[in-house]
Design a protein around this ligand. Structure first.
Ligand code: ACO
Length: 359
């Protein structure tokens, strides 16, 4: 419609998107710009589970116009149509799917869900009910390659969104637990935080799994990880359950991933401050450059840390990037902005391009 001369009203939030980019000019945007141009090389089919939401539709408009992805819009057809009209969007090229109209597909999906969960206490009757839910519906589309990636979670609690995806898609082979990572763009280099969204209180072994998963994810963003495993003590300066867990997980991860720079346990300022490291802990593998990747001992600390930074930190948090799923599924933070949604779509597309993963 843009080329036909019929002026489409600008999306205010798209303007805001640009404005914010400029305002944050001090923030190094290279990493995200690289992702967006990589996504544009092979735009993939991304199913939006909550398409009857104005922010999702505006984000869909942007990723369609920018050729970042081919959106598939899941939701109530009337409501989607109304929001499109009210906001002067042009999404006529996008597939809109209303699960309630898709009787045959739903029945097929219910059988697939039942096959997957029949030994986990799920009945076929219950499966038929569940596939009306768009997160189940969208997850099964990705499972059947009817879409390349799923984006959901804008309007629902994280845990309620991730459960259906775990049940339908699950973890990739060789991985025990999925985990969530945030990318923190600042005036300095990009930083990576994990696990910020999934595992409430990982065991030592799970924490070392998270270290491996995060190392791979950081490389996915073309960055060499320098990993610090965090606690409230430095290299044995305090004893306690949490420092010990971080210390043991560090040892385990160093053995499992000998080619990755990993050290711990340490406090966050130690990890990020080279001078401090050099002066007090010159033996550390991180003493040279400091850390760019922070592994938190539990979900409480990881989740709080990134949210504090996001609100007051002069930094841009991108994520949560879900790591270790068998297929690209990314779950938004409740109430994400249009800009955050666009960023996550670009990451999901690149994730789908690199679908065959290797550690
Ligand atoms: N990795 C891989 N598989 C998992 C994981 C994991 N981290 N956690 C659970 N699973 C498995 C379960 O074992 C289960 O396996 P099954 O096939 O044998 O049944 C399957 O996935 C489905 O799990 P559910 O029963 O649906 O969920 P569960 O009760 O295990 O809880 C959940 C998983 C929802 C992730 C839970 O650990 C949780 O609530 N975590 C915290 C999420 C949260 O609140 N995050 C903070 C906010 S996020 C934000 O701020 C953006």
């Amino acid at each position: 419609a843009m080329e036909t001369g019929v002026a489409r009203q600008p999306i205010e939030d798209w303007e805001a998107y640009h404005h914010e980019l400029l305002k944050r000019i001090g923030i190094d945007q290279k990493l995200m710009n690289r992702m967006i141009s990589q996504a544009k090389q092979h735009p993939k089919r991304v199913v939006f589970a909550e398409a009857d939401h104005v922010k999702i539709l505006k984000a869909a408009q942007i990723v369609k116009d920018q050729k970042i992805a081919q959106p598939i819009l899941l939701g109530n057809r009337k409501k989607i149509g109304r929001i499109i009209a009210e906001n002067n969007l042009d999404l006529s090229e996008c597939v809109i799917l209303d699960p309630f109209e898709e009787d045959e597909r739903r029945e097929k999906f219910a059988k697939i869900l039942f096959e997957k969960r029949k030994r986990k206490g799920l009945s076929l009757f219950e499966s038929r009910r569940l596939v009306r839910d768009r997160i189940y519906f969208g997850s099964i589309m990705v499972e059947l390659n009817e879409a390349d990636a799923l984006i959901s979670g804008l309007t629902r609690d994280y845990s309620k969104t991730i459960s259906p995806a775990l049940q339908v898609i699950g973890v990739e082979e060789g991985i025990n637990k999925v985990a969530g990572m945030y990318i923190i763009l600042s005036k300095k280099e990009p930083y990576f935080f994990a696990d910020t969204t999934v595992n409430v209180n990982p065991t030592t072994e799970e924490l070392s799994d998270i270290i491996g998963l995060t190392a791979r994810a950081v490389r996915f963003f073309d960055t060499e990880p320098r990993i610090a495993v965090l606690s409230y003590s430095n290299f044995g300066s305090n004893n306690g359950e949490m420092p010990e867990k971080a210390r043991k997980a560090t040892e385990m991860a160093k053995e499992r991933y000998p080619h990755v720079i990993i050290d711990g346990e340490m406090q966050a300022n130690t990890a990020l401050n080279c001078d401090l490291l050099k002066e007090h802990y010159p033996f550390s593998e991180l003493a040279e450059k400091g850390a760019n990747t922070l592994i938190f001992p539990d979900l409480t600390s990881g989740n709080i840390a990134y949210k504090v930074l996001q609100e007051i930190g002069g930094a841009e948090a991108i994520g949560p990037v879900l790591m270790g799923m068998r297929k690209p599924v990314h779950i938004l933070q409740l109430g994400s902005s249009i800009r955050e949604i666009v960023n996550m779509v670009a990451i999901a597309v690149v994730d789908a391009q690199n679908y065959k993963r290797s550690l």
